[in-house]
Design a protein around this ligand. Structure first.
Ligand code: BMA
Length: 365
């Protein structure tokens, strides 16, 4: 009798736990599983703000302990922190953006300890030509690095360096720090050697699947969520053309910079498509890279927020504030920047989440 009474209760527990989303990696660590689930829940409530290299440098400063351009403006850190590991594959001490890898490791730990989210991009060198990520001179590169290719072993040496870095992301008690890894991004464009016109969809997928398999099964890395991140796209068919598979990918995102009047409508339609795809697949959705002419358009932040507010996105990350004024300018506000007032409005909106908000949410528990 007692068992009969308990039966529906046990069944409902089984049902609820079966419903809980799990990362693509079936061996993901507890903290990684928690981060995944919490981000899926969180994206229904609000959107985290992210900034590339936030703790490393900003406008007019480099390596100042505790400093952040975002914090200088709103008194709070971003909730998501992007880190770039290009040139790690060469065995260099610092990245193509001149940031020391040891420093990055330290910041990743700091961010984890205060309950923020770390994401890694990788503008790795062209393994066939030795040129940069932007070296699109040869269409043979993709075939050369996937299994069977002449540069496959050499490509594995790049992965070994990345694996070593990832396996070093540990707290003092040995807990691995989960990170969102976002390689081979913007592949719907053709400005990187892994871009659309330089490889077939099949080879691109093979590269992804090989890479993830190598990390998980050869290197025993299980504290990584994998982000698939295109550039602008018009249809879901185009978005998914090179999608490596639900068993590999945890986050569906896209990169989109404001380069003119079609920005907001494009942002809206891409956000709509990835958020509904994420809902359908039980995955995380995000705008993985963005940036606009905030030196000229001082309403940019609230325009972006109004556009994407209706959609469930876990985060919106803007690119770096280069410490040298040469080249392109800042993508986040900084002390005294003309968009600061508008960014303050963006910050104060209950929809946006910064460090203090996510610290309270204990994303890893
Ligand atoms: C690009 C630019 C480059 C940088 C690269 C990798 O968008 O910001 O200056 O080297 O990203 O971070």
């Amino acid at each position: 009798m007692k068992n009969l009474i308990l039966f529906p209760f046990v069944l409902s527990i089984l049902f609820v736990s079966a419903q809980k989303p799990v990362p693509a990696d079936k061996k993901a660590t507890r903290e990684t599983v928690n981060l995944y689930r919490n981000l899926i829940d969180l994206q229904k409530e609000g959107m985290m703000f992210g900034h590339q290299d936030d703790l490393a440098y900003g406008i007019g400063w480099v390596y100042e302990e505790g400093r952040s351009d975002v914090k200088d403006v709103v008194g709070d850190y971003p909730a998501v922190y992007g880190w770039e590991l290009g040139h790690l594959e060469l065995g260099d001490a610092y990245s193509l953006d001149s940031v020391h890898f040891n420093k990055i490791k330290g910041w990743i730990k700091t961010v984890f300890e205060r309950g923020g989210v770390n994401t890694i991009s990788w503008h790795l060198r062209n393994p066939l030509t030795g040129g940069s990520s932007w070296d699109t001179s040869s269409k043979a590169v993709m075939k050369s690095i996937i299994p069977g290719g002449e540069k496959h072993e050499f490509y594995k040496s790049y992965l070994d360096k990345m694996a070593e870095f990832l396996l070093d992301l540990k707290t003092n008690d040995g807990t691995y720090i989960p990170v969102i890894f976002r390689p081979y991004h913007e592949h719907t464009g053709s400005w990187f050697w892994w871009g659309k016109d330089l490889s077939s969809p099949e080879d691109y997928k093979t590269l992804w699947r090989f890479t993830v398999d190598y990390f998980q099964n050869e290197k025993n890395i299980h504290h990584v969520l994998y982000s698939y991140s295109t550039d602008r796209f018009k249809t879901i068919g185009e978005y998914l053309e090179r999608y490596p598979g639900d068993d590999v990918i945890d986050l569906v995102g896209f990169d989109l910079y404001d380069r003119g009047s079609d920005f907001l409508p494009t942002l809206k339609s891409c956000a709509q498509m990835v958020s509904s795809l994420a809902e359908e697949k039980n995955k995380i959705a995000a705008v993985t890279e963005s940036g606009g002419p905030i030196d000229k358009n001082h309403e940019w932040w609230t325009q972006v927020l109004e556009t994407i507010k209706p959609f469930d996105l876990a985060y919106f990350l803007v690119w770096r504030n280069p410490h040298k004024p040469a080249g392109h300018g800042a993508f986040a506000p900084y002390k005294g920047s003309p968009d600061s007032k508008n960014f303050m409005q963006f910050y104060s909106n209950p929809e946006t989440l910064f460090q203090k908000d996510v610290t309270r949410k204990t994303l890893y528990n």
